[in-house]
Design a binder for this molecule. Structure first.
Ligand SMILES: C[S@@+](CC[C@H](N)C(=O)[O-])C[C@H]1O[C@@H](n2cnc3c(N)ncnc32)[C@H](O)[C@@H]1O
Length: 270
C-alpha cells in the first residue's frame, strides 16, 4: 500500500484553475513532477508507481465491473472512460489516489465535464434503476443531462432548476443545455407528488434538498450524491432517515476522491 503523502500535500493534484490551454497543461505537469519529486525526497525513495491491478491493492480480489460495454456508454461516461484508457477500475474511487498517471486527465476532466454534462456520471445500471420509478420530477437539474438520458429511455420526466440559463455560474463555465429544464425551485415539488422525486447533487450546505423532501408528498425519492459528503445538509439526511426507508443503492462511476452513489428511498407510510 502506498503511504499517505505528508500532511498538506494531499489535494494539490486537483487542478482548480486549469485553463485547458497548452501552457496551462504544461504548467500543471511541471508542478506535478515537482511535487512527486518532493514526495520522493520526503519518503526517501522513488515515489512508487501505481500498483498493478493484480497486486495486493485490491486485497487479492478485484471488485465486480459495473459498467456497460463501451459501445453502449452515454457520451459523458465514454469521455471519462477514454481519460483512463478504458480502464474501469481507474474510475472506481479506491484506485485513484495511487494512479498518478491518471490524476492529470481526471482533474482536468472533472472541471470540464461537470459543466458540460453533470456532477454525477451516469451509467446504465443507475439509469435503469431510476427508470423503474417513472414518472419523475427532478429539481436542481442543471444542464438536464440526466433528464435527457432518462427521457431517451422512455422516462416521463419534468426537470426544474433555479437557474436553467446558468446565470449564477462564472463566465468561464459554459453550461450546455441537454434538456428543456424549466425554471423552478423546491416549491415546484408540491405540484408533482404523483411522481418520484429525483435530486442529483443537490447543493451542499443549502436547504434545497431538505425543503424538497419536506414539500414532497409522494412515495419515492431518488437521491444521487454523497451521504456524509458534499451534497445537501444534515437536516436532509435526518429527514430521509426519519420518514423514508432505504430501498436500494447503486454504485456509480466516480471522480477522484468522491463517493457519490444513487440511493432509492421509499416513504415509510407506503
Ligand atoms: C451541484 S449542481 C447539480 C446540477 C445537476 N443536478 C448535475 O448533476 O449536474 C446544483 C444545482 O442545483 C441548482 N439549485 C440550487 N438551488 C436551487 C433551488 N433552490 N431550487 C432549484 N435548483 C436549485 C443549481 O442551479 C445547480 O444547477
Amino acid at each position: 500500500m502506498i503511504p499517505d503523502p505528508s500532511p498538506g500535500m494531499s489535494g494539490i493534484f486537483i487542478c482548480s484553475e486549469c485553463d485547458f490551454k497548452p501552457e496551462g497543461i504544461k504548467k500543471h505537469f511541471q508542478e506535478r513532477d515537482a511535487l512527486l519529486k518532493k514526495m520522493a525526497d520526503v519518503m526517501g525513495e522513488k515515489y512508487p508507481s501505481p500498483p498493478s491491478f493484480d497486486s495486493d491493492f485490491w486485497g487479492g480480489k478485484k471488485p465486480e465491473l459495473i459498467l456497460e460495454p463501451k459501445e453502449e456508454m452515454n457520451p459523458y461516461l465514454a469521455d471519462v472512460f477514454s481519460l483512463v484508457d478504458g480502464n474501469e477500475y481507474a474510475i472506481r474511487d479506491q484506485m485513484l489516489m495511487s494512479a498518478s498517471k491518471y490524476l492529470m486527465p481526471l482533474s482536468i476532466g472533472r472541471h470540464r465535464y461537470v459543466y458540460k454534462y453533470a456532477w454525477a456520471i451516469p451509467c446504465k445500471a443507475a439509469l435503469e434503476a431510476i427508470a423503474k420509478h417513472s414518472p419523475i420530477v427532478e429539481v436542481g437539474a442543471g444542464s438536464g443531462y440526466w433528464a435527457s438520458l432518462l427521457s431517451k429511455v422512455g422516462v416521463d420526466i419534468i426537470a426544474y432548476d433555479i437557474a436553467p440559463e446558468n446565470v449564477h455560474l462564472s463566465k468561464k463555465h459554459h453550461r450546455w443545455k441537454w434538456f428543456d429544464v424549466k425554471k423552478g425551485d423546491e416549491k415546484s415539488v408540491a405540484a408533482h407528488s404523483d411522481r418520484a422525486l429525483f435530486l442529483c447533487w443537490p447543493p451542499y450546505n443549502e436547504d434545497m434538498a431538505f425543503n424538497c423532501a419536506k414539500q414532497y408528498k409522494g412515495d419515492v425519492i431518488l437521491f444521487i450524491g454523497e451521504r456524509n459528503g458534499c451534497t445537501g445538509t444534515e437536516e436532509f439526511f435526518d429527514y430521509l432517515d426519519e420518514h423514508f426507508e432505504l430501498e436500494d443503492s447503486i454504485e456509480l462511476p466516480v471522480w477522484l476522491g468522491l463517493h457519490d452513489a444513487l440511493y432509492i428511498y421509499r416513504h415509510k407510510k407506503s
